[in-house]
Design a protein around this ligand. Structure first.
Ligand code: CU
Length: 255
């Protein structure tokens, strides 16, 4: 009896859990242009494809009721209908073409960042994230990324060991960080604190590769930057020696 109660309470709590889960936050609270566009595209796709899920189910239930042998119905003897086959192939094909239009335009928005205000290098490690702001010669790891609000922040991502993925749901950004390659992403977010998580199983402590992004006003960003630059002044050399060249390359490509 208790077990049954528990099952029901768990089921009732499920929708609440879904709403509370940061994973779904891009659906309810997209904060960047990309996240907004991804959500709009998702809704268009849902609207166009849902009828294909519902219609067969409705027809199936109707057929079960209407042509039930118990109600004295004789089984049909035909087994195909060319016209019907053509119709239900052509209509979904046209819908797929219709879906591809918003899909490709969203992909373009994700892939092609507008002119960058701030370049951030994101480097995945087992098991933490390292960030560098090459323009200011600042680097740090295992702490929140701080960026200015309402500015185009472009990310150049890579990894020193295995594949990781930098994922912040509210930003609509989920990009792989691959060893030996540089991938790109961008966002423009209002002030606030945002949470994310490594999204590529990368080893035993993958689950602890959290991402924190703090988006602040220009003034606050300036203050933070000054503190970082002062703190980094002494040990900066040891941090930069080995990755100096890829850095210069990234700046050139995105500067
Ligand atoms: Cu991971």
């Amino acid at each position: 009896m208790l077990k049954k109660h528990l099952t029901w309470s768990a089921l009732l709590l499920l929708p609440a859990a879904l709403f509370a889960d940061p994973v779904t936050s891009w659906v309810f609270d997209p904060v960047t242009p990309v996240a907004q566009e991804v959500r709009d595209t998702f809704q268009i796709m849902l609207g166009l494809t849902l009828p294909f899920l519902l219609l067969p189910q409705v027809l199936l239930v109707y057929a079960i009721w209407k042509f039930n042998a118990k109600r004295g119905h004789k089984p049909a003897t035909f087994h195909d209908n060319v016209k019907l086959e053509i119709v239900w192939t052509v209509i979904p094909a046209l819908v797929l073409v219709a879906i591809s239009i918003p899909a490709f335009s969203t992909l373009k928005k994700i892939e092609v960042p507008p002119k960058s205000d701030l370049v951030v290098e994101v480097i995945g490690h087992q098991f933490f994230w390292e960030y560098r702001l090459p323009r200011y010669d600042v680097g740090f790891a295992n702490e929140p990324l701080v960026v200015p609000a309402d500015k185009i922040v472009t990310l150049n991502l890579t990894s020193v060991d295995v594949i990781h993925a930098w994922w912040v749901p509210s930003f609509g950004v989920k990009q792989d960080a691959n060893p030996g390659r540089i991938t790109h992403a961008w966002f423009k977010a209002p002030a606030g604190k945002y949470k994310g998580q490594c999204a590529e199983l990368c080893g035993p402590l993958h689950g602890e590769m959290y991402i924190d992004v703090i988006v602040v006003s220009d003034d606050e960003f300036g203050q933070w930057l000054e503190k970082k630059m002062n703190a980094a002044a002494a040990p900066a050399d040891s941090l930069h020696s080995e990755m100096l060249e890829p850095e210069a390359e990234m700046e050139a490509a995105h500067g």
